[in-house]
Design a protein around this ligand. Sequence first.
Ligand SMILES: *[C@@H]1O[C@H](CO)[C@@H](O)[C@H](O)[C@H]1NC(C)=O
Ligand SMILES: *[C@@H]1O[C@H](CO)[C@@H](O)[C@H](O)[C@H]1NC(C)=O
Ligand SMILES: *[C@@H]1O[C@H](CO)[C@@H](O)[C@H](O)[C@H]1NC(C)=O
Ligand SMILES: *[C@@H]1O[C@H](CO)[C@@H](O)[C@H](O)[C@H]1NC(C)=O
Length: 481
Amino acid sequence: MWLWELCCLFIVLKNCNGVIYHLNDSEYERMPPLFGLDRYDTCLNDVDGLYCVVKLDLHVGPNNELMKLIKEYSAHKPKHYNYTYLERGVCVTRTCRQFAVNKKLEINEDLNEILEVCLNDSIHREFKIEAKLSNIYYCDKHNEQIDVDVNDWIVAGVFVMLILLVAIGTFYDVFYCSTDAHEDTMQENKILLNFSLRKNWQELVNYKMFDQRYERLKGLNGLRSIATTLTIIAHVIFINSMGFIDSPHDFEKTYETFHFHLIYNGLMIVQIFFVMAAFLQAYNIQIRSETKPLEWSQLPKLFFTRWCRLTPANAAMIAFSATWLRHMGSGPLWKLYVTNSVVADCRSYWWLHVLYLNNYCSDDTLCAAQTWHVAADTQLFVIGMFVYSATESSGRWLALTLLLLVGMTAPALHVWLQDLDALVLMSPEFYRRWFDSTFHYLHVLGHNNLTCYVIGLGTGTLVYHWQKKNVDLYKYKLSLS
Ligand SMILES: *[C@@H]1O[C@H](CO)[C@@H](O)[C@H](O)[C@H]1NC(C)=O
Ligand SMILES: *[C@@H]1O[C@H](CO)[C@@H](O)[C@H](O)[C@H]1NC(C)=O
Ligand SMILES: *[C@@H]1O[C@H](CO)[C@@H](O)[C@H](O)[C@H]1NC(C)=O
Ligand SMILES: *[C@@H]1O[C@H](CO)[C@@H](O)[C@H](O)[C@H]1NC(C)=O
């Protein structure tokens, strides 16, 4: 028996790799750099210029000490990049010229071979480690241009039409409608007026209250602005960390800094929006049903109104991302991060965005990724509407309790069955690959975010009732002064 146990122990020890949490700079530099870019402009200035962006896997025999270091350092996923594969932008026609004598450089078997030998050679010479070509993302050639296609022109046409409408509408509003003489004699053209900048601006800044009770909710606007600002700050980090950064080690060190903790753990802030949206939804429904009880037959119209409110702006952004965005720049990584990712996803999945189902498609990872929240919010809105039109008073509380239970069980089941992390960890690899299974299979799905939504609905319902019954909450307030 003990022999068996010893055997097991050996098997465990043999497969057991350590984890390295820290490396000082000199140790770190023993590893081949994660990223590397040759000059792009000079490369493509040559008539035969060819520039490829590639992925390399590192390989060595089992007992290589450096490879062990690389593996153990990469194993600490939350804070470290994966150093077992590298990414390079290579000017094939300059850097690899000596490997290509007599071979015509075309994107075919030859190119694979040339790149592999060429990159392996330089990495092997410096680090004594073997690099295998695992993927050529794409190659750019001299004077290559992306053509403007039919879709681009259609979108451009629509944008130009919108701008014209706005110009005409504003003109019409300013010169015809505001002069007093016309006021009685002329029937205003409502549709044109809707495009008037002046009128829209006035409506935007004139905060109209339909009911006195909203006066007390004004503070929510402030909360919303703060949360929005913080969300923007968190997304600005992407500029620092996406792309082939020069100093991955410095980026890894940010994980040890306090103020970066706030950002990396800041994903939960989105829940504020869910709570607020649900709170207002529940509150509005009840105030509205004082005059017009909520009925099933009104739901389609309500959904359609919401769709009309959100979609024009959203659709314009998606249309832009699917078309003109790819003409907005160029560079060695432009295709990797824009054309072949954001634009390609928007081209295939734009319809999911228009239907607000994009968060349930895990292939659509890059097209306007931030709009998952709009989709989740819309799905929760639909659920909330159904619950509120199907139930009243005590049934409503029962339904909310059930939803709360669903909202608390579903994420746990996802974590268990799909083997995910309980929370999204903003790991360096997430920034590098822009894919994280916890993010795509748990975080962005509408039903997983039910919990906070239900809390919002419940609070909205409760506050309405308390206000109606004049419950005095001030006497429960604690004051320190
Ligand atoms: C880095 O760590 C290695 C191994 O732990 C050590 O030998 C070396 O002196 C350290 N270098 C610096 C600059 O601290
Ligand atoms: C690093 O990447 C390689 C190849 O892409 C993969 O096989 C390996 O599992 C990754 N390592 C970690 C720690 O994720
Ligand atoms: C990389 O280069 C080394 C040294 O020239 C060679 O031994 C090894 O076989 C090469 N590996 C590949 C995958 O080409
Ligand atoms: C959505 O809910 C899941 C599970 O409750 C949670 O892990 C995730 O962080 C939530 N999403 C956001 C944006 O907070």
